[in-house]
Design a protein around this ligand. Structure first.
Ligand code: PAF
Length: 313
């Protein structure tokens, strides 16, 4: 397995591979790999000749009070995992080369980056899109895989690929979960035993929402049921919770994450429509996100119209 740290070396190697007719696939990561990342490697493998993985904890996507300094890192372990997974090459760029003192050019995402995670983490997606575009360029990848857990990130990357006509085929890997349902994340390592237990409620709330949406309950009731489930856990601080259209990620109903977006999908509530449940919460000092794809069941009449007005769209 090759290990490259210099950007010029990566560009030269990518050019050479391309000249030899090799299609390069990339799995961009911030390291501290888990099964979710490795599943992206396996997803991408059949679609490329050369499979590369990048490891870079990108400072530009962390806010000033976020966890950049304590973000978990273990390069040797990551490299062992990559070797075992059959990765052909790993790019570990140096921060000083990625962001030299005079670095000045950024990808500015559209307004869809200002809602949900973007509302809670201003500038986050500008940092993400800027590094992803540059990773695509350095590696000359023709396909790349991202996890479905970061639904808004993937949506914005898709949008960038479309808007810039990038010749990169995007693959979406399903969210991998621990046996008890907790979505795999490098940040799970921060959780103590009690927080780990509380963190599970995110997935449980999504299951509650999924059942309610599938049963055809009014969306405000489904939202209410989810937020009630989350509210009983004292260490859990909800950031946002939305039921959205699956395609556009526009909100049908929701709270938090710039509520101005809530209801932005308008009247799209019909049986058979694909929707997404999006949630973000802090458990102690750890910020966790999760989401679930759901299909709207045949609409049922609310047994208690009063609850429909307790949450503002
Ligand atoms: O999802 C991540 O790990 C990061 O946001 C990414 C896509 C590697 C960009 O730094």
């Amino acid at each position: 397995m090759e290990l490259v740290t210099g950007l010029a070396a990566m560009q030269a190697r990518a050019r050479e591979l391309e000249r030899n007719g090799k299609r390069i696939g990339l799995v961009p990561t911030m390291g501290y790999l888990h099964q979710g990342h490795l599943s992206l490697v396996h997803l991408l493998r059949p679609h490329c000749h050369q499979l590369w993985l990048s490891i870079f904890v990108n400072p530009a996507q962390f806010g000033p009070s976020e966890d950049l300094a304590r973000y978990p890192r273990d390069l040797e372990r990551d490299l062992d995992l990559c070797r075992a997974a059959g990765v052909d090459g790993v790019l570990v760029p140096r921060a000083s080369e990625v962001y030299p003192a005079d670095f000045a050019t950024w990808v500015v995402p559209g307004p869809a980056a200002d809602r949900y995670c973007g509302a809670m983490r201003p500038g986050h997606f500008r940092g993400v899109l800027s590094i992803v575009l540059r990773l695509f360029m350095w590696t000359r990848c023709r396909c790349a895989a991202f996890g479905a857990k970061d639904a808004q990130q993937l949506w914005l990357i898709r949008r960038m690929v479309k808007d810039f006509n990038l010749e990169v085929e995007l693959m979406e890997g399903p969210t991998l979960r621990e046996a008890d349902g907790l979505a795999m994340s490098s940040r799970n390592v921060y959780l103590d035993v009690e927080e780990r237990r509380e963190a599970l409620t995110l997935h449980q709330a999504l299951e509650v929402g999924k059942a309610a949406v599938a049963a055809g309950l009014p969306l405000k009731e489904a939202l209410c049921a989810m937020s009630k489930h989350l509210a009983v856990h004292p260490k859990l601080q909800l950031e946002y919770l939305h039921i959205t259209d699956w395609e556009s990620l526009d909100s049908l109903v929701g709270v938090g994450g710039d509520p101005a977006w809530a209801g932005s999908a308008g009247d799209m509530d019909e049986a058979g429509r694909e929707m997404a449940l999006l949630v973000a919460a802090r458990v102690g000092r750890t910020r966790l996100i999760d989401n679930m794809r759901v299909v709207r069941g045949p609409l049922a009449q609310s047994p208690d119209p009063a609850t429909s007005s307790t949450l503002q769209g």
